[in-house]
Design a protein around this ligand. Structure first.
Ligand SMILES: [Ca+2]
Ligand SMILES: [Ca+2]
Length: 244
């Protein structure tokens, strides 16, 4: 029986990163080489949830255009409206990353009645101003199996600071678009997906999420880390052979 790959990936990560963080490298946006995903979920948990957007196409999320179009998870009247108070959006790739993901740039579209991460059924109303009480920072999650299951990873962001003070549009007006940065506490490799997931802010359909763009910034593996990676992979291989 094959052991799931997630354990081996987790085991060698900390040692690689210690080497990596001491070095400088240039980050590139790898979102465009992946597939954007978006949907709703019953909670911030390990499941994919229900892929869903109201209109448009998820390719808008990683087309490099932070101005528009925007996609959203407004789900009034949908079967999951009452059961899924959480929305997510992110990027998956066909193969595990061999570079190190360091940050996400999240371009959020806030409408007059929702679109941001915050308490359900809560908002300042048309032309109102978002304050910290209307905002909840989303959780960063990664997948090692192409998006079937997800796990939380730690990070920091300027999301609350960016969204606080944002003036919402007039009723049915174009969204207020703001970009915030999520920084992974530990740069990560070996994953084949990353997403933000959190409580839907706003009042329409209990809240929803609006996204114009997600960027995923990664840096190449420096030489010392490559050596560490090879070393740990070798150790794991030996362990597996011994355990087989
Ligand atoms: Ca876009
Ligand atoms: Ca909703």
């Amino acid at each position: 029986m094959n052991r799931p790959p997630r354990w081996s990936s987790c085991l060698f990560l900390p040692s690689i990163v210690l080497t990596f963080t001491a070095l400088e490298a240039n980050a590139v946006n790898i979102a465009g080489s992946g597939t954007a995903i978006m949907g709703v979920n019953t909670g911030i948990n390990s499941s994919l949830g229900t892929p869903y957007i109201q209109f448009g196409t998820t390719t808008s999320i990683n087309d490099g255009n932070t101005v528009g179009p925007t996609v959203d998870t407004y789900n009034g009247g949908q079967p999951h409206e009452a059961t899924s108070p959480v929305s997510y959006s992110g990027i998956t790739w066909a193969a595990p990353r061999t570079d190190f993901i360091t940050t996400l740039s999240f371009t959020n579209a806030a409408y007059f009645d929702g679109g941001w991460f915050g308490p359900n059924n809560s908002g300042p109303g048309a032309s109102g101003t978002l304050t910290a009480g209307f905002i909840i920072e989303p959780t960063i999650q990664i997948t090692l199996d192409g998006g079937t299951t997800w796990a939380d990873i730690p990070g920091t962001s300027n999301y609350t600071a960016t969204m606080s003070g944002a003036v919402l549009p007039f009723a049915f007006g174009p969204p207020t678009i703001l970009t915030s940065t999520f920084t992974l506490t530990t740069p990560i490799t070996g994953v084949n997906g990353i997403r933000l997931i959190g409580s839907e802010g706003g009042t329409a359909s209990g809240g929803f999420l609006g996204v114009t763009e997600i960027g995923v910034n990664a840096e190449a593996i420096p030489e010392p880390a490559s050596l560490a990676l090879a070393g740990f992979a070798g150790v794991l291989l030996l362990r597996r052979r011994r355990g087989a």
